[in-house]
Design a protein around this ligand. Structure first.
Ligand code: 6GU
Length: 235
């Protein structure tokens, strides 16, 4: 997969993708990640990326032109209808569809070229959405100062689902959410630490009992924190 991130703060991404699973996926050429400075695609003397909102009101609006120019540079077109196959142009804003594990899975399975546009200011000129964007995505119900942290979240969640991104020692199958439940608790050595003991059941080697205990704990955690995941109404 190729990921192109469009941002007015390219420095923000200087090292974030150079650790752990993402770093390994890059080295193994499972993913290529490129960062582009949207300001490089401005055409005016002052290289402005924002302007005042039509209709008045507070805050500034992300201009359409540099974003159109950047996408045109990357895809050879800025018409959604003419994008190459398996291409998505994602706008990261708090107004989008909420990013969930199932969205990460869908993107990991279906996309070869992912363009992430990091929103900024009070909003992005809506013509970007109208003509360019295939998916508008939010990472949750809170407001960030820009789409940059969201781009990091989205890239991380997708890359670890790409074929062979996780080593044999890890697996996405048992992760929280892939089962529909939160993950069960984990323990490692020592069996007693500062007087706190690992649950006996994990030490006795009875795999059927261990599996039962893990399912029970996953259910308890989900009931405690995320009833909404259980489809039993009321979160
Ligand atoms: Cl993608 N952008 C911003 N600015 N705020 C957010 C978000 C995105 N997702 C949740 N809050």
């Amino acid at each position: 997969m190729k990921v192109d991130v469009l941002t007015i703060f390219p420095e923000f991404f200087r090292e974030v993708f150079d650790f752990g699973i993402i770093r390994r996926a890059k080295l193994a050429e499972i993913v290529e990640i490129n960062i582009f400075d949207i300001r490089e695609f401005t055409t005016d003397k002052h290289r402005m990326t924002d302007d005042r909102p039509f209709g008045g009101g507070d805050g500034m609006v992300f201009k359409a032109e540099p974003i159109f120019n950047a996408v045109e540079h990357l895809l050879g077109t800025c018409e959604r209808e003419n994008y190459p196959p398996k291409t998505k142009v994602v706008l990261l804003t708090p107004q989008g569809r909420v990013f969930k594990q199932e969205v990460a899975k869908e993107f990991a399975d279906e996309i070869e070229n992912l363009i992430l546009i990091c929103g900024r200011y009070e909003g992005v000129d809506e013509r970007v959405n109208e003509a360019l964007v295939t998916d508008e995505i939010s990472i949750g119900d809170y407001v960030l100062s820009g789409g940059e942290p969201a781009a990091i979240v989205v890239v991380d969640a997708i890359v670890r689902l790409l074929p062979n991104a996780l080593g044999s020692e890890t697996s996405a199958v048992n992760d929280s959410f892939s089962s529909g439940l939160l993950d069960y608790p984990h323990y490692t050595r020592p069996a007693e630490f500062r007087g706190m003991k690992v649950p006996e059941v994990l030490l006795n080697g009875n795999h059927a009992e261990i599996e039962k205990w893990r399912q029970q704990k996953a259910l308890e955690k989900t009931l405690k924190f995320r009833k909404d995941l259980l489809n039993i109404g009321e979160s």
